[in-house]
Write a protein that binds this ligand. Sequence first.
Ligand code: PLP
Length: 748
Amino acid sequence: MKERILKNIAAIQTAGKSTAELYNEISSAVMREISFTAPAPDQKSAYYLSIEFLIGRMFYNNLLELGILDEVRDILKEKGVNAAVFEEIEDAALGNGGLGRLAACFVDSAAGLDLPVYGRGIRYKYGLFKQKFENGFQEELPDDWQSFGDPWGVRRENEARIVKFADAEVRAVPYDIPIIGKNRINTLRLYQAEGSEGAEKISEYLYPADDTEEGKLLRLRQEYFLSAASVGELVDAYVAVHGTDFSAFPAFNAVQLNDTHPVLAIAEFIRILTGSYGVPFAKAVRLAGKTFGYTNHTILPEALECWPQEYLKKLLPEIYAVLKKLDERQRREFRRKAVLEEDAAAMRIAKNGIFSMANTAVYVAHRVNGVAKIHSAILKDSLFRAAYLYTPEKFVNVTNGITQRRWLMLCNEELSALIDSKIGTGWRGDIGLLSEMKKFRKEDTVLAEFAQIKSKKKEQLAEYVYRKEGIRLLPDAIVYAQVKRLHEYKRQLMTAFAILEIYEKLKSGELAGFKPTVFLFGAKSAPAYFRAKGIIKFINEIAKKIAGDESVNKKLQVVFVTDYNVSYAEKIVAGADVSLQVSTAGLEASGTGNMKFMMNGAVTCGTMDGANIEIVEQAGRENNYIFGAEVDEIDSLRRNGYDPNAILAQDGAARRAIETLVDGTFDDGGRGYFRELYDSLTVGASWHKPDHYFILRDLPDYVEKLLLINREAGTHEFTQKQFANAVSSAYFSSDRSIREYAENIWEL
Ligand SMILES: *Cc1c(COP(=O)(O)O)cnc(C)c1O
């Protein structure tokens, strides 16, 4: 196959063709030769249902997975084409952040491990919006990712199916994307909505605005569309081979629900079995239980899907009937088992006419997993405490992971080559072998090469930032990066205040020997998230002020990159020295950005939250910079009272940093963003107590750690720390995560 692909590519005429034309021709030359691996008829398959797949750019990754990236580069070079031009091709950004990127890493690992695991999602016409800054304010533009063509997607017209709503019938047309592993090519199947009466609206946008009833109904339609298309397909395929005795369905199918968005799949499965095949309700529920697993990704209440019964009745009356029956069954069961009222209330599928998708999944599924050890523990202790009490056997942990193919081999060829030269190439097929690199921890020549690679990746990052933003990063600076969705719990605002404190100290001459430092931010705010947009503007204002201050601008720089996405992340994780992972303890379920940085040899400056805890376990706490309140302390502050104003009264530096929101230092163009942020910290806003995310509790420790890093950076010891992180990262491969899912949940 490889030879034929290379021959096809060698035959392509390149003269006079645009990048997009060449991209399509080369990609098609690959697609012509590859064939999807069909699942064996007697084998169990797993299906990963996710509302997001944040795939990123497919071109280089697919060539890498096929083992022909270097050859293709050479062929193109002979034709006078630099393969780097394909960096112009837009990412397929059919996701918003970690959740969608996890799904993409998982299908990659499954193919790599030769496992029959298939993704199911939605082929949005527009992915996550493209971000621009206009005078420091975020603006959103539609992301027309198909404008370059979609040579990797294969439309399967004859496998289209109908999804029925009370008021419409919608065609779900599958597009299959190859997920290439060494020994098999799996499909990621994305469904596109077509038909009359605005059917295509269903797959038009990822997360349409849901501040109106119409918007909420559209999201419900999307979730059902994904669920019904996927479940319908699986049931039809089963019936075609095994007939209508569904007893063996779970022996052939495992379905993983990536968060609460696809939970309606459970109801759809029961609806079809009971409605179309006469399976008794209780048996259908039992079969659903054996088939479905549910992954929880957050304990933030606003992200746990709930549907009012009016919406369900209006759009999906049969699904409503199934959920209602499930709820009645649960109520009977609770009475029979004399479940305490308090526990029952916590587990109810329906409460006051609102259906909880999380509780539905926990009630039916045979496995419920969190995504890092601490997060799984929190699920048992608080969010699903009652369910854990009655069904402890359902609860497992699978710590997230990232694919080392994209996040090391592709984004850091130099570091990968160093590893090859020291331990051979075996680690490329078996990431566990990466740990063999640990024996070079104290070898100066290896450390020197490692440090050189970091500098080189930093230069490449600087070039990329210059190309994208027109900004020159300070040369040879320490790069601290905080790149992730913009959300208050991730506390980009705390980093902003820390920078202001450092800025003030620099100006007052307190920081002799301060080494040039760049703070790099990348983040999109949800379009309707007022405070997040305020934080973006605030950081951009700080960046501008520092850039314009001749007394510090050779030492300190703040850059907020525009349109952070997977391709940007590939550059940033390879070039950064310090990974800022500073969420309020207990609120970041796992994080995966933290793992990408670690794998590329950045130290973590962060709180004991999510997978940071396991990063420290693997790489050593002494090799990272951990600070701030831990989960127990945050819990006790929440319970026993927390007074940020008392801290402000004591801590002059923090107070001055926070006052800049309202004292005229910075300008939000009269939009009220900064006042709102200030109030949220000092008096509380929108039902939250002041400083809901405990920024002032952790800020002094944070500043101290940032300055400690500044003192240590560039030393031999610091390089050792960075190296220790990179070579201890094998555990965070999504290959390990997928093995755990396959063994403990899917039983493949
Ligand atoms: C990995 C990744 C994320 C997740 O980052 P976290 O720090 O874990 O929130 C978000 N967006 C992109 C583009 C990513 O590559």
